[in-house]
Design a protein around this ligand. Structure first.
Ligand SMILES: NC(=O)c1ccc[n+]([C@@H]2O[C@H](COP(=O)([O-])OP(=O)(O)OC[C@H]3O[C@@H](n4cnc5c(N)ncnc54)[C@H](O)[C@@H]3O)[C@@H](O)[C@H]2O)c1
Length: 281
């Protein structure tokens, strides 16, 4: 039974995960590397909850209780006693490996180490942690409070208790967990990202304007959101990182990241979070 949850990374995913865990009564400790990132995370949660109160989906007490369940820290050590830690930091394999190695040293033996990575094989993080049976993937979708799916990724080393506890936590969060085996990009991003990447090639080659491409996919394929809007929403740096993992790990050129995507990330055009991507925000 999970009662305390550590969340590392207070960005768009970490804040959302903190919110949904706190809303069902878990004690959440949110950790990041700078106070301003923690403040932004709490700001995002507060805004989301205020919107829910104004739409009468929850009442003021629910909001207050949820916020009371979230504390923040800049010290990784403060998470050492959590039942589960969900990592939601930048999609960079070396930085994540270092974090899992640190967590392996810091945390009590009981602590499950889950990663919200979009693409990095969980087995690599499991090995880095030095406690591979306790490592699992818990891949939420964005925005976390809205989206029902959680891919629960079972590495070869993940033991039954770790998997079952994580799967049950996802159910308790009122999500629909789906078992996925440990392959780069899992199911969601192995299928989604090549499509987004292809939409970017269409922009680069002048096949159509971004608005036109999004309209084709929305009205022609009944997608709720066009691929370029979605890429902006995910974050173009995250999209590039995922394509690089797929390209490298499958060693197949069909996953080659679109040069326009690389260029935009180099220019700091990261999508919604930076104010500009394929669209301006
Ligand atoms: N954006 C999406 O749609 C989406 C969806 C599912 C999964 N993910 C995955 O979730 C993770 C986070 O993505 P995001 O979109 O929230 O990114 P983000 O850039 O919004 O947030 C990342 C946060 O992690 C913090 N951070 C970086 N290194 C850290 C460290 N060593 N210790 C503590 N905090 C650290 C940063 O300061 C930042 O606040 C990535 O692995 C990403 O692939 C993203």
């Amino acid at each position: 039974m999970v009662s305390s949850v550590g969340i590392i990374g207070a960005g768009q995913m970490g804040a959302g995960i903190a919110q949904v865990c706190a809303a069902i009564g878990k004690k959440v400790i949110l950790c990041d590397i700078k106070q301003e990132f923690l403040d932004n995370g709490i700001g995002t949660i507060t805004k989301n909850l205020e919107r829910s109160v104004s739409k009468e989906r929850i009442n003021q007490d629910d909001m207050d209780n949820t916020l009371e369940n979230v504390s923040t820290t800049l010290e990784l050590n403060d998470l050492n006693n959590c039942d589960i830690i969900i990592e939601a930091i930048v999609e960079n394999i070396e930085i994540k490996k270092k974090l899992f190695s640190d967590l392996g040293h810091i945390c009590e033996e009981k602590t499950i180490l889950a990663s919200n990575t979009s693409s990095i094989p969980i087995g690599i993080l499991a090995e880095a942690s030095g406690r591979p049976t306790k490592v699992v993937g818990m891949h939420f979708m964005n925005p976390v409070p809205v989206m029902k799916l959680v891919e629960v990724i079972r590495a070869k080393s993940t033991n039954d208790d770790t998997f079952d506890t994580t799967f049950k936590l996802a159910e308790d969060l009122n999500k629909v967990p789906v078992l996925v085996n440990d392959f780069p990009g899992f199911v969601s991003n192995r299928i989604l990202l090549p499509m987004l990447n292809e939409a970017m090639f269409c922009v680069m080659e002048g096949v159509a304007e971004p608005e036109a491409i999004d309209t084709v996919m929305k009205l022609g394929m009944s997608h709720p959101m066009g691929p370029l809007t979605l890429a902006d929403f995910i974050g173009l740096d995250t999209c590039l990182a995922i394509m690089e993992v797929l390209h490298r790990d499958f060693n197949d050129n069909k996953y080659r990241p679109c040069p326009l995507l690389k260029e935009m990330v180099e220019q700091g055009k990261l999508g919604k979070k930076s104010g500009e991507g394929f669209y301006k925000y």
